[in-house]
Design a binder for this molecule. Sequence first.
Ligand SMILES: NC(=O)c1ccc[n+]([C@@H]2O[C@H](COP(=O)([O-])OP(=O)(O)OC[C@H]3O[C@@H](n4cnc5c(N)ncnc54)[C@H](OP(=O)(O)O)[C@@H]3O)[C@@H](O)[C@H]2O)c1
Length: 338
Amino acid sequence: MLDLENKSILITGGTGSLGKALTKEILKNHSNVRRIIIFSRDEQKQFQMAQEFPSSVYPQLRFFIGDVRDRERLIRAFKGVDYIIHAAAMKHVPIAEYNPDECIKTNVMGAQNVIDACFETNIQRVVALSTDKACAPINLYGATKLTSDKLFIAANNIKGDNPIVFSVVRYGNVMGSNGSVIPFFIKKKGEGKLPITDVNMTRFNISLQGGVDMVMHALDNAWGGEIFIPKIPSYKITDVATAIGPDCEQEVVGIRPGEKVHEEMITPSDSFYTYDLGKYYTILPATHKWKIDDFKKKFNAVLVPQGFAYNSGDNTEWETVDTLRALIREHVDADFQS
Ligand SMILES: NC(=O)c1ccc[n+]([C@@H]2O[C@H](COP(=O)([O-])OP(=O)(O)OC[C@H]3O[C@@H](n4cnc5c(N)ncnc54)[C@H](OP(=O)(O)O)[C@@H]3O)[C@@H](O)[C@H]2O)c1
């Protein structure tokens, strides 16, 4: 297990869904951590988080106001830090379509600023958050996250003798995260009608804890340049609507700009570099400083067949209406009644 004894860890976007869940995990299971620093812009969210995690109980927790667009601020925040988890992003597809330059500034320039700040300080390990929308992207959000992934992966090639390791974690919809479909449907079901973009639509599904586990695993095990992809189930969007509002009318409203009917995490073109490691896949970088045979041996990694794809529509594992209800009760809303 990852040893964080006396380590300092900074989470960009630490007040977000994933950032908070990571903070909880580290405080619970790694209480010997020296410091956890939450880096984000909005003082109100930091104020609220500080109430949830009071300094009298969690003296390791610190808050740092800053914007990933501000390289100098990142350098100041990264001083004395060992590990970075980069979770800050603009993540709403339609908002990114409408404000492309803003999304590029945060998701692309912000990623490069994080990398630059790592090289200006003594960071040892970096895990950057990606998304299934970065795989064969058709919307600006996905394209910026793919660019960010490429920047982090390529950063391993320019590090010289610096032992720093950069890796990426990619996954699909996080159940119940800020702005996601499940809390949206729960709020809307009182109206008796739930909007369905496309009756065939499917999505990958991961719990916040599943996301946290993959990030912690990457932080511990990355050799540099990997994209870690957990094996997770899919759901049909119509099953989510039935699970939440069985008596609601499902109104087809049409696919939104930049949306896919099915999401992808690995395309056939990635298959040449993709390894199956049991619980997850890893897309390896085309160039790396370590030996592929050592990697295969260490992780029992098996190259996937040529042409292999990992698509939410062709998944072998599925959530059903019943499993979705149970998951919503467990992960999103303990009082949930369908
Ligand atoms: N949620 C999902 O379903 C999902 C799925 C796949 C991948 N991901 C990825 O996982 C990561 C975390 O997602 P999340 O769901 O936790 O997001 P979230 O709840 O929306 O949180 C985003 C965080 O980023 C901060 N932030 C935004 N812009 C910033 C900037 N310019 N500088 C500094 N901080 C900034 C926000 O705080 P302030 O606004 O106060 O700055 C907030 O703390 C993202 O990279 C996202 O792309 C999410």
